[in-house]
Ligand binder design. Sequence first.
Ligand code: NAP
Length: 246
Amino acid sequence: MRRTLLITGASAGIGAETARLAAMRGYDLALNYRQDHESAEAVAKAARAAGATVVLCPGDVSDPVQIEQIFATLDAAFPQLDALVNNAGIVDLHIRMTEVTHARLRRIFDVNVIGAILVASEAVKRMQAGGRGGAVVNLSSGAARLGSANEYVDYAASKAAIDTFTKGFADEMAGERIRINAVRPGFIDTEIHAKGGDPDRAHRIGGSLPLKRAGTVTDVAEAILFLLSDKASYITGTTLDVTGGR
Ligand code: NAP
């Protein structure tokens, strides 16, 4: 039986690689993205070629109305939802916290915290209704532990909120066989660093890590798929570092 997986932010980076691997491991996919339709189509095409049924669910997770639309599209395609990779997330330019603005905080927290919590809540309601349990993996960040001084302390704080949310929601849902975990990627080679104005960040810092390299999207996607799988059936409420040792 193929399981159904919703991935937010699936048009690029970690989300796109998770979709590619999940299709090969027997999941059908609901793929969310915000604006990059062409890239999302390419991810869907590769997943279909691997045997998955795929529906695209465009929408901005920072907008509650668009979250409703994402789930309406998902519900029309799939009667059941088994798993969520709560991946959509943003950074912003490097600043010191004495320069932070309300508009910037709103943007970061609306996507990374409020959007992620609302998406997880909607997904878990569907897992409860299905009656066969489920699994959620939230995308935190090594930044939640390290604080990201002189880069984006606000982003780090948004990911620390995800760690706490993961633990609390996991405890609420454990009795219903719905497992909720998180991964904390470190310095992973994706476009997110260019969006934060520092395209070389992962490779520049990667060499100074204990494992002496930047992480790949596959490093993170493999950890996510492990936590979703039955191999992790006794793991809930935990956050797994995928950080090259830092
Ligand atoms: P990425 O390459 O920038 O991809 C981000 C994805 O999220 C894209 O598909 C983007 O879609 C989507 N997205 C952004 N804002 C959205 C919104 N408001 N609603 C819906 N989708 C949205 O990022 P990544 O590096 O793969 O990061 C994925 C997750 O891992 C994020 O939560 C990030 O914080 C976390 N993380 C990454 C690293 C790293 O080093 N890369 C480290 C720690 C944690 P569009 O292109 O269509 O906007």
